[in-house]
Design a protein around this ligand. Structure first.
Ligand SMILES: NC(=O)c1ccc[n+]([C@@H]2O[C@H](COP(=O)([O-])OP(=O)(O)OC[C@H]3O[C@@H](n4cnc5c(N)ncnc54)[C@H](O)[C@@H]3O)[C@@H](O)[C@H]2O)c1
Length: 290
């Protein structure tokens, strides 16, 4: 199946950038959120990423400033921001990127089932929830799968294509093909907690969270030492802030509940989330964000 038009539902930390990735591959994409201000934030994110990418190419003299200006306007022109479903009647592939709550996801999947053509694949960017449960809200469970990007979506190459209980082979193949069409590398995963990447990533982050809390260390200092080691570009607390503490906490809890105490849930992270300090998206988390 070819994807001539795609849609992204949820224009938050992930959605705006996912829409940019799709548009950068030459595919028109609709970006939907519940309020115009959220749509605008997603569109602005797409603009910033595009400016940075094209600016980098100009800086390296791969393209001229004039070419960059044309490409930017063409790319951004492929993204249609909306708060409604009017533009979903001819989409082939939808990526849902709404908050990590099954009730919200199921409501969105039921709506998507109504408004998209029967052949459209409905994919979720969920980090940890059951794709099969989302599929239950639709009449096309064979066309529902996971399509898990990593933050920041414009830079990270991997996509986990997750197989739900009823996902068809054709859907998995089409999703893998679409991932390649948007210049990503797909891997297929079973529907297990943490899939592949978070099971590895959170197990190591978990040990840092545990040691920090048990030994009363300063998260900023821990981040500094980890970053200075040169092994990874940023420390685990800064990374959690940038990707959203609610998402990090939810994933950590899900892995701890699934695999036991070898996955650690940090009390401080829980406190911050309960206080509404979710990291960069709310301006404050382990760090203050300007
Ligand atoms: N943040 C990350 O690092 C990351 C990485 C990979 C996957 N994910 C997954 O991506 C999904 C989204 O995460 P996020 O960090 O972008 O969340 P977010 O909270 O930053 O953004 C979610 C957006 O969805 C919107 N929304 C809520 N209900 C909606 C509805 N009914 N219709 C349309 N839009 C709606 C919200 O207004 C918000 O703008 C989650 O499932 C998360 O697990 C997140």
């Amino acid at each position: 199946m070819f994807v001539f038009k795609a849609a992204v539902v949820g224009a938050g930390t992930m959605g705006g950038e996912i829409a940019q990735v799709v548009a950068a591959a030459g595919i028109p994409v609709v970006l939907k959120d519940v309020k115009q201000e959220f749509v605008d934030t997603g569109l602005e994110k797409a603009r910033q990423v595009t400016e940075a990418q094209l600016g980098g190419l100009v800086g390296k003299e791969k393209i001229t400033q004039e070419q960059a200006d044309t490409q930017r306007e063409e790319l951004l022109g492929r993204i249609t921001g909306t708060t409604g479903y009017d533009d979903f009647g001819d989409v082939d592939f939808v990526i849902e990127a709404v908050p990590e709550r099954m009730d919200i996801k199921q409501a969105v999947f039921a709506e998507l089932d109504e408004v998209t053509p029967g052949h459209a694949i409905l994919a979720s960017n969920t980090s940890s929830l059951s794709v099969s449960e989302m599929a239950e809200a639709t009449l096309r469970p064979d066309k529902v799968c996971g399509f898990h990007f990593f933050w920041p979506a414009s830079m990270m190459r991997l996509i986990e294509v997750v197989e739900g209980e009823e996902t068809s082979e054709e859907t998995l193949q089409a999703a893998a093909n679409f991932a390649q069409a948007i210049r990503k590398t797909p891997i297929r995963c079973g529907e297990v907690p943490g899939f592949v990447v978070n099971r590895i990533l959170i197990s190591s982050a978990s040990e840092v969270w545990r040691a920090t809390e048990e030994e009363g260390l300063d998260p900023h200092e821990v981040d500094r030492v980890v970053k200075d080691s040169g092994t990874i570009p940023m420390g685990p607390f800064f990374l959690a802030d940038l990707s959203g503490l609610d998402i990090a906490l939810h994933t950590a809890e899900h892995l701890r509940d699934s695999y036991g105490d070898r996955f650690y849930v940090m009390s401080k992270m829980k406190e911050l989330v309960e206080a509404g300090d979710l990291g960069q998206k709310t301006g404050k988390g382990f760090y203050e964000h300007g």
